[in-house]
Design a protein around this ligand. Structure first.
Ligand code: GLT
Ligand code: MN
Ligand code: MN
Length: 388
């Protein structure tokens, strides 16, 4: 029997806002009492997590005085140290306060844009003080309901200016941050700008220091857009931009569900974990999810344990997949290569063109070749269902 106990090397993290979610939704009041950041840290240590992530205001109330802030941060740091919990990622809340009702960095109001920069700098100071090396940007309010209201061309420029400014702030202070931009297509705005991983990748390339900026893709967000999350992650990885990842689960075409990782799309999540493990992704595995509104705190612990356990079960299944001789034989068969076309991997050359032009392909034979994907997919299913 495999061991599904979470260990620090798995780098499992939760946001303060995830296990601390009190079950409020747009139609109903909270179903769980507020628990303090210190209690959350204790809970995370108890369930075996490695780290905790936070927004500035998950820890420090937006109207705290400087001395209140310092006292809260000192207590939190002590709780992390006492419980062996690290803080690998920090981010800014630029969405709850009414000041950000029409966006932060992309607001039409220059005062809001300036305040968003100031708030983010203070939050970057806080993250650095806690040891965070990844800084996430989720622009929940950077969107619109009416395209009469905002010029999307201006929005792109404003976002670029903000990112360039904050990159310099990080460097000037030697914070060593990697910025991880988190796309989401909608909710809470009707449309959020830069809605997908692909869109963010295009934007990052236009920044002054694109090397410093990457992605924090989230399962649920690509699923909300009806996209294949694994494919998005593979593209971010290929670009050297997978700086962080938000794991949860989500049905296509629904509201933002943020379900326990592994609870909904079993095959997709399996292939995702297999990819992350096979390529050697070594960043945080951050569960940006929350328990059902029907849960009490004992069940919230089950939720947190479940996220990590499911990841480790998928990881174990990925190892089985890689070691399964029948599956691997099929993969070898599918990828058979006589080496006849190796000359094309060196790129374009006059020689290659000549060779290619004089080659006679057996088009009909190629088209008639069986691709045993049905068998392979059923073997994968059998393996996942534990009957293999
Ligand atoms: C918010 C959102 C998440 C983001 C968080 C970071 S907060 O809960 O739904 O996807 O990752 O700001
Ligand atoms: Mn989400
Ligand atoms: Mn997220």
């Amino acid at each position: 029997m495999a061991d599904y106990t979470p260990k620090p090397e798995h780098k499992f993290t939760f946001g303060l806002w995830t296990v601390g979610n009190i079950g409020r939704d747009p139609f109903g009041e909270p179903t769980r009492p507020v628990i303090s950041p210190v209690e959350i840290v204790e809970m995370l240590a108890e369930v075996g997590a490695w780290g905790v992530n936070l927004h500035d205001n998950d820890l420090v109330p937006i109207d705290a005085t400087a001395s209140e802030r310092d006292a809260i941060v000192a207590e939190f740091k002590q709780a992390c140290a006492d419980n062996g919990i690290v803080v690998p990622m920090a981010t800014t809340n630029l969405f709850t306060d009414p000041a950000f009702k029409d966006g932060a960095f992309t607001s039409n109001d220059p005062a809001v844009r300036a305040y968003a920069l100031q708030k983010t700098m203070a939050s970057m100071d806080l993250g650095a003080e806690l040891g965070a090396k990844v800084y996430v940007f989720w622009g929940g309010r950077e969107g619109a309901e009416s395209d009469s209201a905002k010029n999307p061309g201006d929005v792109i420029k404003r976002m670029r200016d903000a990112m360039n400014f904050l990159c310099e702030y990080s460097k000037a202070n030697d914070y060593g941050y990697q910025f991880a931009l988190e796309p989401k297509p909608n909710e809470p705005r009707s449309d959020i700008y830069f809605p997908t991983v692909g869109s963010m990748l295009g934007f990052i390339a236009t920044l002054d220091d694109p090397d410093m900026v990457g992605l924090n893709p989230e399962v649920a967000h690509e699923h909300m857009a009806g996209l294949n999350f694994l494919h998005a992650v593979a593209q971010a990885w290929d670009a050297g931009k997978l700086f962080h990842i938000d794991l949860n689960d989500q049905m296509f075409g629904r509201y933002d569900q943020d379900f326990r990782f592994g609870s909904m799309m079993i095959k997709q999540n399996f292939h995702l974990v297999r990819f992350l493990e096979d390529v050697g992704y070594d960043g945080s595995r951050h569960f940006d999810a929350h328990a059902y509104r029907t849960s009490n705190y004992d069940d919230v612990k089950e939720f947190a344990k479940g996220c990590m356990r499911s990841y480790l079960i998928f990881k174990d299944k990925a190892e089985q997949f890689n070691a399964d001789s029948e599956i691997q034989a099929l993969i070898t068969e599918i990828n058979a290569d006589t080496g006849d076309y190796d000359y094309l991997t060196d790129g374009y050359s006059a020689d290659a063109v000549e060779k290619l032009k004089s080659t006679e392909f057996d088009r009909v034979g190629i088209g008639a070749r069986n691709l045993p994907y049905e068998r392979l997919d059923q073997l994968t299913f059998d393996l996942l269902m534990g009957v293999r």
